[in-house]
Design a binder for this molecule. Structure first.
Ligand code: UT7
Length: 321
C-alpha cells in the first residue's frame, strides 16, 4: 500500500524570549498565575524582520536537511497559519520562493490551532492519491501580532514559532511506517468563543484575538478525547499501543485532562507549552521536532498528533515512524 512516510522534521523559533516576569512588569498578572493556570513559563516573540514566512522557511530548511532533500525535490507545500505575512499570496508561496524553488503546488490552510492536522490530512490525501510525491507540511505563526497586549486573559497565553515535516509517498507493508489514519472536525456554532475581531472582507483590518478561555477549555477536553478514540478505532489500535502523544500545546491542564481521559500516563505526552506557550498551528510540529531531536520519538514508534482550536476545529492523526 502507498502511505505518506515521514522523511524529516524541523522547527524554528524567534530570537527573543519573553518570560512571565517580563509580562508581569507591564500587565496586571503574575508568574504564579500563568504557571498555575497554564504551565507556561516563557514564550518566544517575533522581532523586527521575523515573520510567519521567515520562521516557516527556517523550519522547512531544517526539515529538508533532516530528510536529505533539496527544495526542488518537493512537489507540494501545505502551510497552516492564521497569521499569514499578507492576506494573499499564500505564505506557502512565500516559503517556496524563499527556498529557491518553483513549480510545486503551494497553498495555505486556515484552521487556526488545528491547522497543522488539517494540513497533514490534505497532504496525506494528495500523496496517497498520486497528486504529489513529496510534501512539506508546515505550521507557522506570529500570534504576537494579533494579540491585544492590554488583555491579560489572552496575551499571556500565546507565542510565535514554526515547525515542519517532510512526507514522501512510499510503497510500504501493512505494519510499515506512515500516516495510518487522520480525522478532522469543525463546529462553526462555536466560532465566537475564539476568533479575531477583524478581517479583509469585514473591517478591512487584521483585528485582535478574542477568547472565552473557560468555554474553550471545556470543549477541548471532550472533543480531543473523542477524536483520539475515533482515530484509534479507524487504525485498529488501542490507547495502550501509543508510544507518544504530540498534542497542541495550549494548556498543561488540558494535556493532563486529555491524557487522564484516555488513561495514558502523562510521561507519554510531549510537553513544550512551558517553553513555547501556545503557538497555534506551529505547536504540534514544533513539539514533534523537539521530541524527535532529543531522541524520545524513535523509528517504529506509534505517534498520535492532536489539536483543537478556533472555529471550533479539531483533529488527530496517528503515524508510525
Ligand atoms: O489554542 C486554542 C485553544 N485554546 C485553549 O485551549 C485555551 C483554553 N483555556 C484555557 O487554557 C484557560 O481557560 C485559561 C488559561 C485561558 C484561563 O484559565 P481559567 O482557569 O479558565 O481561568 P478563568 O478564565 O476562569 O479566570 C480566572 C480568574 C479571573 O478572575 P475572577 O473573574 O475569578 O476574579 C480572571 O480575570 O483569573 C483572572 N485572570 C488572570 N489573572 C492574572 C485571567 N487572566 C489572568 C492573568 N493574570 N493573565
Amino acid at each position: 500500500m502507498i502511505r505518506s512516510v515521514l522523511k524529516g522534521s524541523g522547527s524554528a523559533l524567534p530570537a527573543r524570549v519573553v518570560s512571565n516576569q517580563e509580562l508581569a512588569e507591564r500587565l496586571d498578572t503574575s508568574d504564579e498565575w500563568i504557571r498555575e493556570r497554564t504551565g507556561i513559563t516563557q514564550r518566544y516573540i517575533a522581532g523586527e524582520g521575523e515573520t510567519t514566512s521567515t520562521l516557516a522557511t527556517a523550519a522547512a530548511r531544517a526539515a529538508l536537511a533532516d530528510a536529505g532533500l533539496e527544495p526542488g525535490e518537493i512537489d507540494l507545500i501545505v502551510l497552516a497559519t492564521a497569521t499569514p505575512d499578507s492576506t494573499f499570496p499564500a505564505t506557502a508561496v512565500q516559503v517556496q520562493h524563499a527556498l529557491g524553488s518553483t513549480g510545486s503546488a503551494a497553498f495555505d490552510v486556515a484552521a487556526v490551532c488545528s491547522g497543522f492536522l488539517y494540513a497533514l490530512g490534505a497532504a496525506d490525501s494528495m500523496l496517497r492519491t498520486g497528486m504529489a510525491s513529496r510534501a512539506l507540511v508546515i505550521g507557522a505563526e506570529t500570534f504576537s501580532r494579533i494579540l491585544d497586549w492590554e488583555d491579560r486573559t489572552t496575551c499571556v497565553l500565546f507565542g510565535d514559532g514554526a515547525g515542519a515535516i517532510v512526507l514522501g509517498a512510499e510503497e510500504v507493508a501493512e505494519d510499515g511506517p506512515g500516516v495510518l489514519a487522520t480525522r478532522l472536525h469543525a463546529a462553526g456554532e462555536h466560532r465566537e468563543l475564539l476568533y479575531v475581531d477583524g478581517g479583509p472582507s469585514t473591517t478591512g483590518t487584521v483585528g485582535k484575538l478574542r477568547m472565552k478561555g473557560r468555554e474553550v477549555f471545556r470543549h477541548a477536553v471532550v472533543n480531543l478525547a473523542a477524536v483520539l478514540e475515533e482515530v484509534l478505532e479507524a487504525a485498529d489500535f488501542a490507547a495502550t499501543d501509543i508510544d507518544w502523544v504530540v498534542p497542541h500545546q495550549a494548556n498543561l491542564r488540558i494535556l493532563d485532562a486529555t491524557a487522564r481521559k484516555l488513561q495514558l500516563p502523562i510521561e507519554k505526552v510531549v510537553v513544550t507549552v512551558d517553553r513555547h506557550a501556545n503557538t497555534s498551528a506551529a505547536s504540534v510540529p514544533l513539539a514533534f521536532d523537539v521530541a524527535r531531536r532529543d531522541g524520545r520519538i524513535k523509528p517504529g514508534d506509534l505517534v498520535m498528533m492532536e489539536a483543537m482550536g478556533g472555529g471550533f476545529t479539531w483533529g488527530a492523526s496517528l503515524l508510525r515512524m
